[in-house]
Design a protein. Structure first.
Length: 310
């Protein structure tokens, strides 16, 4: 695999680590199976691209794309909390609606950003690492968002959000509004996804209405791989797992597509993705089961070795 292919895989991995962080908030913290990300990812890209071609500062355009994703998450949560629509269905409805909204926002299926000033061109005068420049910039974004999520989940609102996702009845007994926490958590989750879409459009030079296809699968794959490797539920390690999992996932995909002897071609990407996710889930379940079996065996062993009284 060439250095250019590795650099491209790392760029994609760092971008989708932001998606994995968003998926972590919705799936793991809130216990909300959210499919909105397949729509909020291209929404962030579309909003940012339209803003940039209309002369908006790239940094402000990135904020606009992030806010657009936040609004998408708010809609899904509002449908679930206010109208009691099943969380999975609420996400699907928002995702479907966002396809048309993204077309409305862009006015056409795709927008090219080639020749436009982006957030990456602004950093080129500060960081010049050749083909690794974009990766370095994205690494800064990924680490910053990871630390921001860590901080957020340690605040009173973050602790209430975690309690609401872990045990809604107990959280309600402690005067925590589960509905409000769902809205806040989903908004923050999809804001991260919108930011990922915004950075993706600027790094790749194009925003396309079909960018979101398979985004949720990629985010889940990164999350599960990270959990399998680190095996910790603590926030710091869980969010770090999102970054590591996304990088490993994209590197594995790039390696599989570059391995000519395997006969894998570009059209097999979805098949490779499905296989990787299935293997990650199987390994995660095997590790969890072995952990649960280990302690009962140790306890029985210790009890058998205790000296007999009398």
């Amino acid at each position: 695999m060439s250095a250019l292919a590795v650099a491209g895989a790392i760029e994609a991995g760092l971008l989708f680590s932001l998606v994995a962080l968003g998926v972590y908030l919705s799936f793991r913290v809130l216990n909300f199976p959210d499919l909105t990300v397949d729509g909020s990812f291209p929404l962030g890209a579309a909003a940012t691209a339209v803003a940039i071609i209309h002369g908006v500062n790239p940094f402000l355009a990135t904020v606009i794309g992030t806010f657009a994703g936040c609004c998408a998450g708010f809609v899904s949560a509002f449908l679930n909390v206010r109208f009691r629509i099943l969380n999975l269905l609420a996400g699907i409805l928002t995702m479907v609606a966002l396809y048309s909204i993204n077309l409305r926002v862009m006015g056409r299926p795709n927008i090219s950003l080639y020749g436009e000033n982006t957030i990456f061109t602004a950093f080129e005068g500060v960081i010049d690492l050749g083909i690794w420049t974009t990766s370095a910039i994205l690494l800064v974004f990924a680490i910053a968002m990871k630390l921001l999520v860590d901080w957020f989940l340690g605040t009173q609102v973050g602790l209430a959000l975690r309690a609401s996702g872990e045990n809604p009845a107990m959280a309600r007994a402690q005067s925590v509004s589960n509905g409000r926490m769902t809205i806040i958590g989903m908004s923050v989750s999809n804001a991260l996804v919108g930011l990922a879409g915004s950075l993706f459009a600027q790094s790749q030079g194009v925003a396309d209405v079909s960018l979101g296809i398979g985004t949720i699968v990629t985010g889940l794959a990164a999350l599960i791989i990270g959990e399998t490797l680190l095996g910790s539920t603590k926030v710091f390690w869980a969010t770090l797992g999102c970054l590591i999992g996304a990088l490993l996932y994209r590197l594995f995909i790039a390696a599989a597509l570059s391995a000519g002897f395997l006969g894998i071609q570009a059209q097999d990407l979805n098949l490779v993705t499905a296989v990787v996710v299935a293997i990650a889930v199987i390994l995660s379940q095997a590790r969890r089961n072995s952990r649960f079996k280990f302690w009962p065996k140790m306890r029985s062993l210790l009890m058998d070795t205790q000296p007999q009284k009398g």
